[in-house]
Design a protein around this ligand. Sequence first.
Ligand code: ADP
Ligand code: MG
Length: 439
Amino acid sequence: MKGLRCENVYKVFGREAAKATRMLQQGASRDELPDGVTVAVNDVSFEVKAGEIFVVMGLSGSGKSTLLRTLNALGPATGGKIFIGDDEITAMKGKAMRELRGSSMSMVFQHFALLPHRTVIDNAAYPLEIAGVKKEERLKRAAESLKTTGLEGWENNYPSELSGGMQQRVGLARALTADAPILLMDEAFSALDPLIRRDMQELLLEIQEVKRRTIIFITHDLNEAMFVGNRIAVMRNGSVDQIGTAEEILTNPASEYVERFVQDVDRSRVITASSIMVKPRSRLYRGDGPNVILRKLEETDSVGGWVTDGGSRFLYGSIYADEIIAALRKNPHLNSIDDLIHPSHPGVGPDTPLNQVVAPAANEQATIPVVSDDNRLLGVIPNVTLLRALGQDDEGMAVDLSAASAATPSSATSTTATNETEGVAEQSEVSTNDIEEDK
Ligand SMILES: Nc1ncnc2c1ncn2[C@@H]1O[C@H](COP(=O)(O)OP(=O)(O)O)[C@@H](O)[C@H]1O
Ligand SMILES: [Mg+2]
């Protein structure tokens, strides 16, 4: 296994990049530099230990991707030294540099970068094909890494037949097949839906347990950084503001910029819909016939569920087993569920704070759909989960119970809620009053 080290690395773009880099090294400020140069990486130093997950975090434009490209010399540094293990890649040229890159590092990109006309296994085997490994051997190793990323059975499909999350699993498998000790990941999960993204973060940690690599992981999301990273470097405007563990960064932010990141995390501790949603118990598609839907509901012991498009997961509405059975009794040849879908739903966006999520009435759907801007079903919040979460969050509860009881004067919901949240009810007079009034 190999570590990696940067010493005073600079990357300047523009015709006079070399001159500008020298000036910076001699202490010039940015305004003194020649016109037309961009300083993307400015005097960055850090060391990544072998086997560590090192996160580079910062706002868009702070220089993260550019820094990453200096590490594998795809966009070589204009100043400073970079060591891959014991080899200084910044002192190498041509073949030696390409060999070091090829044998030591592989990369996972945000937009997967899969070859569309090759099957999943050929994509996963690609780095070995480039390296001239024989077909049988490379397919064997690609199949192994596909198994590691949970894609067994998909070997002969094409990328376009896979969801975004699965395509990124292929991207990860491809990087694993290369068997390089260092993995460079540039916003690899940033384009994925929240639940899938969490799955991928967990998968990465699982893989890291068994196939330990040195990983440089770039993200603009502190929650993700804290979840995957052993240590985090926070970049601003080309420089590193702070390097530390998540705990150090949370408790002792080195600059106002870092502090703002930390506050963002605190704010997101106000629980949002996406942080408690789960996968729907059954996947019901609009193209399914009534008997298929019944079978699916039976399998998960549900009285109803949310109907989506099979591909895009566009949410159409809810459907109930008892109504399907009644309809089939009237018309045994019924082959479409279209007339049985209840089109309205109380969907919420993934970033909706929990205290604005209104619990549905007890006799309706037992879950609340969480939908994207374009109305795709991202996940569901079971009613019980909502009530339990609110019970743990007194501030949220105060607002929510009034909202819930206002929306459902039938009182079924608010009664349940009172029981669930009894322990904290006395701390929050607003909600108690509201419940009393409602009764
Ligand atoms: N090829 C390039 N030529 C000129 N400027 C560039 C080039 N690539 C990146 N930059 C600039 O460098 C800065 C850092 O960009 P980047 O590394 O992509 O940031 P991040 O990945 O953190 O969003 C930005 O100001 C960007 O415009
Ligand atoms: Mg970037």
